[in-house]
Design a protein around this ligand. Structure first.
Ligand code: ZN
Length: 248
């Protein structure tokens, strides 16, 4: 092995050793190679770009609903995020939460989330992905697989286009970037679990969470965008039912 390779491996090992985090509620160890500050800065940047390029709906019954439900869940999430909730005109059935608490809901998903509790289900689920830093975790995994070369680029500039693209894809902003990078099964069940805890704390009807995922799987073809970034399994509803049982 060449000395450069050995040094690279050592460097990576040190980096990984220093970057073990724990997820909230589920307390799982995770490897995260980007700092909170960098993640927040990228989140902010992505969020502003999304708002600028989209039609943001304001002062309608639906947009106020998104804000009202979002704030209720944010309150129980109890972090120092600077929360914002926006409804965006887009037929895609999708929603996402960027680091720092920037939540975007597409109008398309309102066809699946048929009442307040169901809308709370999808918002809680997205917030759970952000609280557990699933996007940062995905970026970290892809950094490892691409080797440490990319780390050098990131050190130079967090604005590097290939990096911001990876970031956006990692956070489920699929349609705007043409590539979909799905959350892993494990991250999905974790977001379901944390999402249910948040809904419970905020006082929403947990049985509607089951109905939401049933609606989602009924229209599978039309819901392809959300399901591509949030892979679902047949066991999903069963697992959610088990979590709810434990809470009742
Ligand atoms: Zn998800």
């Amino acid at each position: 092995m060449k000395i450069r390779q050995i040094l690279s491996i050592l460097f990576l090992a040190l980096l990984i050793a220093g970057c073990t985090h724990k997820t909230p509620y589920t307390n799982r160890s995770q490897m995260i190679l980007i700092s909170d500050e960098k993640e927040l800065a990228l989140g902010e940047q992505s969020y502003e770009k999304t708002l600028k390029e989209s039609k943001v709906i304001t002062n309608t019954k639906e947009s106020l609903k998104v804000k009202e439900i979002g704030k209720k869940i944010a309150k129980v999430a109890n972090t120092n995020y600077k929360w914002e909730f926006n409804l965006i005109e887009n037929k895609a059935k999708n929603a996402f939460c960027l680091p720092g608490g920037k939540v975007v809901v597409y109008t398309g998903i309102l066809e699946v989330a048929k009442n307040d509790d169901q809308l709370a289900t999808v918002i809680s689920h997205e917030i759970a992905h952000a609280l557990a830093r699933h996007g940062a975790e995905r970026i970290s995994t892809s950094m490892i697989s691409q080797g440490i070369q990319i780390l050098g680029n990131i050190a130079i500039s967090s604005q590097a286009p290939e990096y911001t693209k990876t970031f956006n894809i990692a956070y489920g902003l699929g349609s705007q970037y043409g590539v979909l990078m799905p959350y892993g099964r494990m991250q999905e069940s974790e977001a379901d679990e944390i999402g249910i805890y948040l809904m419970h704390k905020a006082g929403y009807d947990l049985n509607e969470a089951i109905k939401f995922w049933e609606n989602m799987s009924e229209g599978k073809k039309e819901n392809i965008e959300f399901l591509s970034t949030h892979p679902s399994s047949e066991n999903r509803i069963k697992s959610i039912k088990n979590i709810i049982k434990k809470l009742n």
